[in-house]
Design a protein around this ligand. Structure first.
Ligand SMILES: Cc1ncc(COP(=O)(O)O)c(C=O)c1O
Length: 464
């Protein structure tokens, strides 16, 4: 999985890193890109968007305006086609997959909404399917119209089931933008100046060799897992440990022993282990659940994003059957809790993943891409490390041992010029999340674009 690091390197003030979850929208490079590439018609739309929407970092003001999307492609209002290796991770099956669109249209024509006191056949079928796909004892589900909401349900259920409110989660993690989710999240951009957060939300250092406070150097030395064990041993009343199984933003892939240590510690203390797989579920890492890459089963797992097939906001909490202990409380109670349309989109998405062999495809194309990235690393001094699992790939850029955030942003804009979009995670990691339906030829084209962009940025840096 991970290429080894040549030396221990610090990300710097990790939790003070404001360019975290994705690339921010206020940079001079962003403005320069827009000035060079956008025509008056797009500018008008962006200005109107900016006038009507509340501004926030990471979205409004927006970069560009879209007219259409299909497969791996976005089309902007000026007709430019852009390969989407970002897609907010909703596009495992690509955009407008005919099977998904047909299922949604069918549902719209029959039962577009299901008021809360009723169930519907699609909602029952999806619950049954997810609990069949999940390993035992994960067998009961609850849906929500968004990942942060599903995380909130998991936190409430953990409190109800354990009678404890404390949690342990990781610095630099992201679990959504709501107040409960940023309380367990670890990104300064979301937490800074947010006011009082949930009490009892303790944080531990993430498994991130490049920024490891335990100086693990070339690979994880498991001190980060042992530290979580240490907290559970000392606190004794922690209700849940909440972790992104594999951190999506900058593709951090813990070693197998990491989760064995944490699972054992949770079991010893009656603490629930909750995996957040919202952006990485359904094939991104080569398996339906990312934790299948590890010899561990959580007490709850949260899915989202691509579950709605790139159409509908859908998230799911799947919990151990015996955690069905909150019948007298409201865990979710969301208006679109059993959305017939969302469930139809999810069922069709699962069909596509199964019928089109997207898990195998993710593994095979991911291995191919990682091999290409290793070659790219060999002739680009800016590339400190490449990482990948399935079609979740990361390219970490460093200059003189320090995070190369400026360069990462430049590479991203060079790639956008050439019709490739991806996100920059944690400031200096190019995050590549292509749709799993991508052809190898298209993947190779995208990697060639990145290769060329790195060359241009390195040449420009050398000339400066
Ligand atoms: C790991 C992780 N958890 C939770 C969320 C929140 O999901 P949503 O945006 O659907 O609320 C995200 C979204 O990016 C995420 O990446």
């Amino acid at each position: 999985m991970n290429d080894s690091l040549s030396s221990p390197r610090k990300r710097g003030a990790a939790s003070g890193n404001l360019a975290a979850e994705g690339d921010v929208n206020l940079s001079p490079l962003r403005r320069a890109w827009e000035a060079e590439h956008l025509h008056e018609s797009t500018r008008k739309l962006l200005d109107a968007d900016s006038r009507h929407y509340l501004h926030q970092s990471l979205s409004t003001p927006c970069l560009n305006a879209l007219a259409a999307c299909e497969g791996i492609w976005l089309t902007d209002v000026e007709g430019r086609r852009i390969m989407d290796f970002h897609g907010n991770n909703v596009h495992q099956v690509g955009y407008r997959h005919p099977h998904v669109i047909e299922a949604v249209k069918r549902q719209l024509d029959t039962l577009p909404f299901s008021p809360r006191r009723y169930t519907n056949a699609m909602a029952v079928a999806l619950a049954e399917r997810l609990s069949t796909l999940a390993p035992q004892p994960l067998s009961k589900v609850l849906f929500a119209p968004g990942g942060a909401l599903a995380i909130g349900m998991a936190l409430k259920l953990a409190r109800a089931a354990t009678g404890r409110h404390k949690t342990v989660s990781l610095w630099d993690s992201f679990h959504g933008a709501s107040l409960d989710a940023i309380s367990i999240g670890g990104e300064a951009l979301f937490r800074r100046d947010a006011g009082p957060l949930l009490p009892g939300t303790e944080h531990a250092p993430p498994c991130d060799p490049a920024a490891c406070v335990f100086h693990c150097g070339s690979a994880c030395n498991l001190r980060c897992a042992e530290y979580i064990e240490y907290i559970l041993d000392h606190e004794e009343d922690v209700g849940a440990v909440v972790i992104e199984t594999i951190r999506c933003t900058d593709v951090q892939i813990p070693p197998p022993e990491y989760y064995r240590i944490i699972r054992r510690a949770c079991d010893r203390h009656g603490t629930l282990l909750i995996f957040d797989e919202i952006p990485i579920c359904l094939g991104r890492t080569g398996s339906i659940f990312a934790f299948e890459n590890y010899d561990v089963v959580p007490d709850m797992v949260v899915l989202g994003k691509g579950l709605g097939g790139g159409v509908f906001p859908m998230a799911a909490l799947i919990a151990r059957g015996d955690l069905d202990v909150a019948a007298d409380r409201a865990l979710g109670h969301y208006t679109h809790e059993k959305s017939s349309v969302g469930c139809a989109a999810a069922m069709a998405t699962l069909d596509v993943i199964e019928n089109d062999g997207l898990l195998e495809r993710s593994r095979a194309l991911g291995a191919h891409a990682l091999e290409r990235l290793r070659e790219i690393k060999r002739h680009h001094p800016l590339v400190a490390e490449v990482r990948g699992i399935g079609l979740l790939l990361g390219i970490e850029l460093r200059r003189d041992g320090r995070p190369a955030a400026q360069e990462a942003e430049r590479v991203m804009y060079h790639c956008l010029d050439r019709g490739l979009s991806f996100k920059v995670g944690q400031g200096n990691v190019l995050n590549l999340s292509p749709p799993l339906i991508i052809q190898q030829r298209e993947l190779d084209d995208a990697l060639a674009i990145i290769d060329a962009a790195l060359s241009e940025v390195e040449a420009a840096s050398a000339a400066r």
